[in-house]
Write a new protein. Structure first.
Length: 274
């Protein structure tokens, strides 16, 4: 990869005060994140409506044993939102995963483990499918493969996770509606999807709401959901012969977000390409 993508670093904001923040130019955008700790590298990837701040309770403990990197996905938080195209390709998980591979390469890590929640989980397994040589261990939290979501969705899923179809609706319908009440939209997701009431500190919740007041951010997130509905289910693993052991945790298709855990043999990774 291009070694000229040197990270611009500075001291990270609280609650990552012992981490350094960075903004790395990838081949297609600029990715913001933080890094701290010492040990084997591990990349943490957030979901919606979060940013890298979702790991604020976990990252400091992990940093006692690992070098922890937590980023904002393309279009989220302080990462850039590049222009999209009519086919939504710039916001496919294949492109979003490439960002993260390039970030870790710029930081000096050609092999690393990764943990992804929600949208970040989809990015994480896309990295494992397309860049298997880089991923040592994979933990995927609270998702099932995108293709399975659409093929198995029923009434309960449609009512509990209507955000999937809402954000994938044609431009500019969801963009304009979210712009009218970003706090209502974000608070609905946080309060409805959280199993433990009051899980999100006020200052973290405020950061999540703030990003949804930015029209470019909202458009980028909508484009990601449009790509999920059109491009992502059809992308398959590019490289055969993947033998890396991976741990994944998948969510059932129920609105209460109960989870089950399973270990996927490497041979089953092809199913994640659906």
């Amino acid at each position: 990869m291009n070694g000229s993508r040197v990270p611009l670093t500075h001291r990270a904001e609280s609650p990552f005060e012992d981490f350094e923040a960075f903004d790395i130019h990838t081949s297609a955008t600029i990715i913001h994140g933080v890094r701290g700790g010492d040990g084997p590298p591990i990349l943490l990837l957030h979901g919606i409506p979060e940013t890298h701040l979702m790991w604020h309770r976990v990252a400091p403990d992990l940093a006692k044993r690992f070098t922890v990197v937590a980023t904002d996905l393309r279009g989220y938080g302080s990462s850039s939102a590049p222009p999209s195209t009519p086919d939504h390709a710039p916001y496919s998980m294949r492109e979003i995963a490439r960002d993260q591979i390039e970030v870790m390469d710029a930081l000096g890590y050609d092999k690393f483990s990764t943990v992804g929640h929600d949208r970040g989980g989809r990015c994480a397994y896309r990295m494992a499918l397309d860049h298997a040589e880089a991923i040592l261990r994979l933990a995927v939290l609270d998702v099932v493969p995108t293709g399975d979501v659409f093929s198995r969705a029923d009434k309960d899923f449609s009512l509990g996770f209507w955000v999937w179809s809402f954000l994938a609706a044609p431009e500019p319908i969801p963009e304009e509606l979210v712009a009218g009440a970003p706090d209502l939209f974000v608070n609905h997701m946080l309060d409805t999807w959280a199993e433990i009431p009051g899980s999100f500190p006020d200052e973290v919740r405020a950061e999540y709401i703030a990003q949804f007041r930015d029209r470019n951010t909202v458009h980028a997130i909508c484009e990601e959901y449009r790509a999920a509905a059109t491009l992502d289910p059809s992308t398959r693993r590019r490289r055969p012969g993947d033998t890396t052991n991976r741990l994944s945790s998948a969510c059932t298709m129920e609105p209460q977000r109960s989870t089950r855990r399973l270990v996927r043999p490497a041979g089953d990774m092809e199913k994640l390409g659906r």
